[in-house]
Design a protein. Structure first.
Length: 222
């Protein structure tokens, strides 16, 4: 299938003559819509992955992604069943939560039986995701060392979370709703004012808020 980009918007932190910190250099917002599954796979930074559409019909997919250096959050919407394979970059782990699922899907061999669940991918683990016929998912890719520092500040044991968390964990509906609203708020804030990422203090606060949400999510995982 010939790939065709429908829409692409990107806002990156601008550089200046004196240079900028690494966290600022990686900060940015991008929104992409495409009509080819594998083009969508290549559109998401922080991941090495391939997508293969396995259900018939025209493909439509989109990714909205916010990066603030040590943590990346994204929302991926796909209208077909897709076989996803790949992994995060070294030193990263990933987790996600569905906004909507229609049809049967499998994450790392575990069937997705409930929308009120959290997906988890340990560092250096292989991603295997068969999406249902329609999927709308929030996700995050997180630097392990940075997460450890935030865990220490919150007096949580990140090694237990990273080493023992199951691939799919079902949580109480009210908690999943709260986590989705948290992701919603981050995207609303940045999409309404992408230039906010030019501010070092705003990036620091956004990183803190995202990490706090992710710590809350992982603390609730069995």
């Amino acid at each position: 299938m010939r790939s065709q980009s429908i829409q692409q918007k990107s806002h990156q932190v601008a550089s200046h003559p004196g240079g900028i910190p690494l966290s600022a250099a990686k900060a940015g917002l991008q929104c992409i819509s495409v009509t080819d599954a594998n083009v969508l796979a290549k559109s998401l930074p922080e991941w090495q992955q391939d997508y293969l559409q396995i259900s018939p019909g025209p493909f439509a997919g989109s990714v909205s992604e916010i990066s603030v250096g040590v943590v990346q959050i994204f929302r991926e919407v796909i209208n077909q069943s897709v076989d996803q394979q790949g992994q995060t970059l070294p030193g990263k782990f990933a987790l996600g939560i569905p906004v909507a699922l229609r049809g049967r899907g499998f994450w790392c061999g575990k069937e997705l039986e409930c929308i009120d669940s959290v997906f988890f991918l340990r560092p250096d683990s292989e991603l295997k995701f068969k999406t249902p016929g329609y999927s709308d998912i929030y996700g995050a890719s997180v630097d392990v060392e940075a997460f450890s520092q935030y865990s220490l500040n919150d007096e949580l044991e990140d090694r237990r979370v990273i080493g023992r968390t199951k691939e799919v964990s079902v949580l109480a509906p009210q908690k999943c709703t709260a986590f989705r609203l948290g992701f919603d708020s981050f995207f609303r804030a940045v999409e309404s004012n992408p230039l906010i990422l030019q501010s070092a203090s705003a990036r620091k606060q956004l990183t803190f808020d995202i990490m706090h949400l992710l710590l809350s999510m992982t603390a609730d995982l069995p």
